[in-house]
Ligand binder design. Structure first.
Ligand SMILES: *Cc1c(COP(=O)(O)O)cnc(C)c1O
Length: 322
């Protein structure tokens, strides 16, 4: 009913989604912080939600070969679901991608090519290959079938909170697939009368690559490319997100906030949630936790506000950064 597939469709599924929502203890002064634990997905990240839906739809459409650019996690997810449905998968990754992400994509049958530069350069390679070979380009927002998959997080969160949206969603934004997808779902749920209020979306980016935060806080409607991105949060190292306007519009509609965190704050948050909450996240995911302290210190949120932090990805693929 909520997804762009025909009724009765059997999804290409590896048991993604239905992840736990649990209380976070790392911030003792805040009473109402929850984590949506997306590290429990088959390849350890919420990218599996988008890839499951995309591959389900693409195999219905008769796609036999796909190509995408990724910082690593989407590559693993698409490799997994493509292999399950007999689709050939090619992934372009930046040279500095985490080793486990490169290896896992290969082990799951993808043809992996690493390219000089950032994900933008990988994206150009993917587009070129798609043009040349006719392979389907499943890159972020080039294909329309990923954000609704990630939007299912919003549905689950509301269900888990007893059909009440939280006050805020704290989200580490890269290409914006999850942000746009969740916001769309919250709007649908409100229109259906399943929830009364929609949450504010709090978008978090690292100081070394924050094109969305800067554009939003300057009141712009489009995004200026970030020059020389540099951060340990590789999943957020997206200097020029294709869906910039859509991300900014979603944030504005939600009366959202956008803030930056330093790599140091990201590292501290990563260790802190591992120690206090037993939650192993990668730096891109830890960025959202780093933002919570700042939000509290600046009085932006108070101790009773309900916050859901999305733990987007497991730290098991990024052990060299731990
Ligand atoms: C992809 C990714 C993000 C950013 O997600 P978008 O939907 O592209 O904004 C955040 N964290 C992790 C771990 C990721 O893999």
């Amino acid at each position: 009913m909520f997804l762009p597939v025909k009724n009765g469709t059997i999804p290409v599924s590896a048991g993604e989604g239905d992840t736990p929502l649990r209380r976070v203890r790392s911030y003792p002064r805040l009473r109402n912080v929850w984590v949506k634990d997306e590290t429990r997905n088959p390849t350890g990240t919420f990218k599996d939600r988008g890839a499951s839906l995309a591959v389900t739809r693409l195999s219905q459409l008769g796609v036999r070969k796909l190509v995408l650019a990724s910082e690593g996690n989407a590559g693993c997810s698409f490799a997994l679901y493509s292999q399950m449905s007999g689709i050939r998968c090619r992934v372009y990754l930046p040279n500095d991608a985490n080793m486990a992400k490169v290896e896992l994509s290969k082990k799951l049958g993808a043809k992996v090519t690493q390219v000089e530069g950032t994900i933008s350069d990988a994206g150009r390679q993917a587009a070129k290959t798609a043009d040349r070979t006719g392979e389907y380009n499943a890159s972020t927002f080039v294909t329309p079938f990923r954000h609704d998959g990630k939007g299912t997080m919003a549905l689950e969160i509301c269900e888990q909170l007893g059909w009440e949206g939280p006050d805020c969603i704290v989200y580490p934004v890269g290409g914006g697939v999850g942000l746009v997808g969740m916001w769309k779902m919250f709007k649908i749920l409100q229109r259906l009368g399943w929830i009364r209020e929609r949450p504010r979306i709090i978008a978090v980016q690292p100081k070394g690559c924050a094109p969305i935060v800067d554009a939003y806080n300057k009141g712009r409607t489009d995004i200026a490319e970030w020059k020389s991105p540099n951060t340990i949060a590789k999943g957020l190292k997206i200097p020029n997100p294709l869906a910039g306007r859509w991300i900014l519009k979603s944030l504005r509609e939600s009366k959202g906030l956008a803030l930056k965190v330093s790599d140091r704050e990201i590292r501290n948050a990563m260790f802190n949630v591992a120690k206090r909450d037993g939650l192993l996240v990668e730096p891109s995911s830890a960025a959202a936790f780093a933002a919570i302290l700042k939000l509290h210190e600046t009085g932006t949120i108070d101790r009773t506000d309900s916050l859901v932090v999305i733990a987007t990805g497991s730290g098991l693929k990024t052990l060299e950064q731990f």
